[in-house]
Design a protein around this ligand. Structure first.
Ligand SMILES: *Cc1c(COP(=O)(O)O)cnc(C)c1O
Length: 360
C-alpha cells in the first residue's frame, strides 16, 4: 500500500485497485488528448461513445456474456432494481418466487409485493440466514414470472454455492457483491444485476444484464429510465448516464483482465478468504456463524460471542488501521469485506492482528 492508504474492509463503497486509481488520476485532467476530464464530456460525444462501448465490450469479454443478452448501465442503485425487476418482468402471471437468504433479498421481495404476488419459495431466516436452502427445499411455483435470489449475502456473509434449477422460469439474481469475483455462467440466468460500488467501481452505476426475450413487456407505469427495452434501444443513454462511473468500471475491467480474468480473481479470492476462515476456525475466541459450504469469499463475518468484546475488538482494530470491520448495524459482530481490490497482505495483517488480540 502506498500514498498513506489503509486496508479498508468496508462492505461498500469499498476499496478500488491502486493501479486503477492511479490511471484515473493520470487521465483526470486531460483524457487521452481530449482536453477535458471524462466527467466534463458530453455523453453524446464521439470520445465518450467510444468509452461506453469499450466498457460494454470488456464486460462482455470478462463475463463471457452471450449475444442474446443486453448490458444496461442504469442509476438508482441495486435498490432501484428491487422495483425495476418486477415492473419489467412480473408482467405475465404477475407472480414471482423469492428465496430469502438475507436482508437484501427480503427487501427486494417487499418491494416486489407492491407490483404483484410474491411467493416466498424458501427462507433461511429460521437460522438467522446462516445457510442457503437446498434445491429440494425450494417450493417453486410452476407459473412464476421469475425466481429471484441474492447471489452473495453481503450482510450475513453467505453465498449460493449452487444455482437453483428453475426449469423454463427465468432466474434473476442480485450479484452486487459477487460480480467479477469468480466466473459465473450468465446463460443460467434471465437477468443479473449489480450496484457497482462493491466490486466494480464507484457508487452511482448499476449494471443490468438481461436476456433479450424478457424485455419489451414492462408495466406501462414503469419509469422510462428503468424500462429495460427503452434503455437498451437507447444504448443506456435515454438520458445522461453516470458517465464517470461507467468509465471507472472500464478501468476496473482492464485490471481484472490483467489479474487473469474472473478465473484468476477466483483463485486469488479463494486463497485470501481461506487465510481468514482457517484462522477463525482454529481460534478459540472468534467464530463464523455461516454453514461451511455457503461461506462467502467476499464478506467474512465473525463474532466473539460477547457484544462488548466485539465492540472492543472493532475499536482496537480501527486504531491499528483496519478500517470498517464492524458488522452491519442490523447484525452486529464483525465483518471483513475482502473484495477483489483488497490486497492479500491486508488479510494476512488482519489475521496477525486478530491472533495478537486473542492472545491478549
Ligand atoms: C449493497 C447491496 C445492495 C444495495 O445497494 P444500493 O446500491 O445501495 O441500493 C443490494 N444488494 C446487495 C447484495 C448489496 O450488497
Amino acid at each position: 500500500m502506498s500514498y498513506g492508504r489503509v486496508y479498508n474492509f468496508s462492505a461498500g463503497p469499498s476499496m478500488l485497485p491502486e493501479p486503477v486509481l492511479e490511471r484515473a488520476a493520470a487521465e483526470m485532467l486531460n483524457y487521452q488528448g481530449s482536453g477535458m476530464s471524462v466527467m466534463e464530456m458530453s455523453h453524446r460525444s464521439k470520445v465518450y461513445e467510444s468509452i461506453i462501448e469499450g466498457v460494454e465490450a470488456k464486460l462482455r469479454k470478462v463475463m463471457n456474456i452471450p449475444d442474446n443478452y443486453r448490458v444496461l448501465f442504469l442509476q438508482g442503485g441495486a435498490t432501484g432494481q428491487f422495483a425495476a425487476i418486477p415492473m419489467n418482468l412480473m408482467v405475465n402471471r404477475k407472480k414471482a418466487d423469492y428465496i430469502l437468504t438475507g436482508q437484501f433479498s427480503t427487501k427486494a421481495s417487499k418491494e416486489a409485493a407492491k407490483y404483484g404476488e410474491v411467493h416466498i419459495a424458501a427462507s433461511s431466516k429460521d437460522k438467522t440466514f446462516s445457510y442457503i436452502p437446498r434445491q429440494d427445499a425450494l417450493d417453486l411455483s410452476p407459473d412464476a414470472d421469475y425466481v429471484y435470489i441474492c447471489h452473495n449475502n453481503t450482510i450475513y456473509g453467505s453465498t449460493w454455492d449452487y444455482l437453483p434449477e428453475t426449469g423454463d422460469i427465468p432466474l434473476v439474481a442480485d450479484v452486487s457483491s459477487s460480480i467479477l469475483s469468480a466466473p459465473i455462467d450468465v446463460s443460467r440466468f434471465g437477468l443479473l444485476y449489480a450496484g457497482a460500488q462493491k466490486n466494480m467501481g464507484p457508487a452511482g452505476v448499476t449494471v443490468v444484464i438481461v436476456r433479450e426475450d424478457l424485455m419489451g413487456k414492462a408495466d406501462p407505469h414503469t419509469p422510462d429510465v428503468w424500462n429495460y427495452q427503452l434503455m437498451s434501444d437507447n444504448g443506456s443513454m435515454l438520458n445522461t448516464p453516470p458517465t464517470y462511473g461507467i468509465y471507472m468500471i472500464g478501468l476496473v475491467l482492464d485490471w481484472v483482465l490483467e489479474m487473469g480474468g474472473t478465473e484468476g480473481m477466483e483463485k486469488i479470492n479463494r486463497e485470501k478468504a481461506a487465510i481468514l476462515y482457517d484462522y477463525i476456525d482454529s481460534s478459540s475466541l472468534f467464530s463464523n456463524p455461516v454453514e461451511k459450504i455457503s461461506r462467502s469469499i467476499m464478506n467474512v463475518t465473525f463474532v466473539t460471542g460477547d457484544p462488548d468484546k466485539d465492540a472492543d475488538f472493532v475499536k482496537k482494530a480501527t486504531a491499528a488501521g483496519f478500517l470498517n470491520v464492524k458488522g452491519h448495524r442490523s447484525v452486529g459482530g464483525m465483518r471483513a469485506s475482502i473484495y477483489n481490490a483488497m490486497p492479500r497482505q491486508g488479510i494476512v495483517d488482519l489475521v496477525e492482528f486478530m491472533k495478537k488480540y486473542e492472545k491478549e
